[in-house]
Write a protein that binds this ligand. Structure first.
Ligand code: OGA
Ligand code: NI
Length: 235
């Protein structure tokens, strides 16, 4: 984990404690929400003039390196309870809330372990990085990305190249290839491993570690025939 966070800023975790059933349910309820009629999704749209990030929306971005960004998304906080705004959580499907809460409770265990390893990697006590990030107030923000099939995938990207502003991001994708990472002048595909968690080092971790861990520069491509989805949790 130390080497990967230093050299790549990204790695995948398998054999973690989150069961495949819980991951599949998270994906199922998210997909069901995005497949609702537009009016129903807009019931939790980001209100006009609202300064926060939570809610359903579409991001159409002007060209970066000849490609436009295009993605529908839903943002809402999932942890800690004091930061949660249920007004931005889908009411439909009805099991959305319970499913997301179950996933989140398991994710917190994995995140605590990862932050512990990252802390030890810097020669610190296991709990120090988490403490530096706010301890029990560390916020978990879920984003669901929904990339519809795109007739001209060479002219578009789901998300244009960026680093995440989080400390770490813990992402599960669906089975459609799309996430790419930039290293040494090349874009590399991130292999799809069923039930793996993809861990990104974000800007706050790079800063907190005085640049030892690298915030990963990444992007997501779109597919001509298939809908791609992903579930990053930003910590
Ligand atoms: C993001 C992101 C990648 C993906 O939303 O920050 O990088 O695989 N998404 O969808
Ligand atoms: Ni990202």
């Amino acid at each position: 984990i130390f080497e990967a966070s230093k050299d790549w800023g990204i790695f995948q975790v398998v054999n973690h404690d989150i069961t495949s059933e819980v991951i599949s349910k998270l994906q199922k309820v998210g997909k069901e929400f995005f497949e609702l009629p537009q009016e129903e999704k807009e019931a939790i749209a980001k209100p006009v003039g609202y300064k926060g990030v939570e809610g359903y929306g579409t991001k159409l971005q002007k060209e970066v390196e000849g490609k436009k960004g295009w993605v529908d998304h839903l943002f809402h906080r999932v942890w800690p309870p004091s930061a949660v705004n249920y007004q931005f959580w889908p009411k439909n499907p009805p099991s959305y809330r319970e499913t997301n809460e179950q996933y989140t409770s398991m994710l917190i265990g994995v995140a605590n372990k990862l932050l512990g390893f990252l802390s030890n990697g810097l020669g610190l006590e296991e709990g120090e990085i988490k403490q530096g990030l706010g301890g029990e107030d560390l916020t978990y923000m879920l984003k669901i990305n929904y990339y519809p099939p795109c007739p001209c995938p060479e002219l578009a990207l789901g998300v244009v190249p960026h680093t995440d502003m989080s400390s770490i991001t813990i992402l599960v994708p669906n089975e459609v290839q799309g996430l790419q990472v930039f290293k040494d002048g090349h874009w590399y595909d991130v292999a799809y491993i069923p039930n793996a968690l993809i861990i990104h080092i974000g800007d706050q971790m790079e800063i907190l570690s005085n640049g030892i861990y690298k915030s990963v520069y990444h992007r997501a491509t779109v597919n001509k025939e298939k809908t791609r989805m992903s579930w990053p949790f930003f910590l």
